[in-house]
Design a protein around this ligand. Structure first.
Ligand code: TYM
Length: 326
């Protein structure tokens, strides 16, 4: 069974990316032939400062390795190193109805924020490139957070359409969504998903944040005026913080509620800050070790591309043949 997932190097990665995606990946590499892609061509669908982008690509790669992804067991690579991704995306574009892309909620949200006039065509077409990332490798499963589920479903639809037009070529991939932590909300506004593009200080905890910053952000996280500490979806602030506690501690919901029965928010937040700080420490230490020499990361991602490229090119050749391209 083959597994693929991707992450955009658009800024610092946060605990939403961690719990919804990266933290679960090392476990998967034991079970599946796994590919993890740093999707730089997705990142440039909105303007990226060139120097920053370069740094962010290295940072994302180093964080994946620091989280426990092993280049010997899995394949970690950068999307733009394999031109088959954009080639297949073009082909999929030609059979992708505009209406399918117009329905994508992420596009609707992002284009509303930026105003239709200023949104690049790439942002609209982004799911076709994501479908191409997945379909090139005959992927069975795609682990993602809740927000990417619709894009994986679109990938199934476009694969099905291609198969119908040209004969069976692609497998239909399935999304794997974590049971908890698939949608971590902003600390400053629990009605909004935690997102890299939100710039307020208290919105997100980044994976490389200092203990001081983590504590400050948790202590000032929005809750409510009630007192009890319970997993209640109708109270999004405290629910979100409890979900963080659940994932970082590994304890059951029942045990957590029991532990904080009769205790106040301040005490709960202190303990939550402690376990996040401790939970991220090994990752941060490993990151420092790995980035002591940038060339090492460079070598690793080039090796990844060399392993992934023949797989992608094989699929692309098959697609072209099916379509009558020479
Ligand atoms: P990206 O870079 O926005 O996010 C990377 C992963 O993190 C998850 N995630 C979250 N999970 C929980 N709570 C949050 N607040 C949160 N924010 C983000 C995302 O669901 C994702 O799993 N289009 C994709 C990247 C991509 C991809 C692919 C993924 C490109 N090609 C092929 C899978 C397969 C994206 O922008 O993810």
């Amino acid at each position: 069974m083959i597994l693929l997932s991707g992450i955009q190097p658009t800024g610092r990665l946060h605990i939403g990316n961690y719990l919804g995606a990266i933290q679960n990946w090392p476990e998967f590499q034991k079970k599946y032939t796994s590919l993890f892609c740093i999707v730089d061509y997705h990142a440039i669908t909105v303007y990226q400062d060139p120097k920053r982008l370069k740094q962010n690509i290295y940072e994302a790669a180093a964080l994946l390795f620091a989280a426990g992804i092993d280049q010997k067991k899995s394949i970690v690579f950068v999307q733009s190193h394999i031109s088959a991704h954009t080639e297949l995306a073009w082909i999929l574009n030609c059979i992708m109805p505009m209406g399918w892309l117009e329905r994508m909620t992420q596009f609707k949200d992002k284009s509303q924020k930026q105003g239709k006039e200023r949104v690049g065509v790439g942002l609209f077409d982004y799911p076709a490139l994501m479908a191409s990332d997945i379909l090139l490798y005959n992927v069975d499963v795609v682990p993602v957070g809740e927000d990417q589920k619709q894009h994986v479903e679109l990938t199934r639809d476009i694969a099905g359409r291609f198969n119908k037009l040209y004969g069976k070529t692609f497998k239909l991939p399935k999304a794997i969504i974590p049971e908890t932590g698939a949608r971590i909300m902003g600390l400053d506004d629990p009605d909004k998903k935690m997102s890299k593009s939100e710039k307020t200080y208290g919105h997100a905890i980044y994976l490389l944040d200092s203990p001081d910053d983590i504590r400050k952000k948790i202590m000032s996280a929005t809750t409510d005026s009630l007192r009890s500490i319970r997993f209640d979806k109708k109270r999004p602030g405290i629910y979100n913080l409890l979900t963080l506690y659940e994932r970082f501690s590994g304890d059951s919901r029942k045990d957590i509620e029991k532990r904080f029965q009769g205790k106040g928010y301040a005490k709960f937040k202190q303990e939550l800050a402690d376990i996040i700080i401790e939970g991220l420490r090994p990752l941060q230490n490993k990151y420092k070790e790995l980035t002591a020499n940038k060339n090492d990361i460079d070598t690793l991602i080039r090796q990844g591309a060399d392993k992934a490229r023949p797989m992608a090119e094989k699929t692309l050749r098959l697609v072209k043949t099916k379509m009558g391209l020479l």
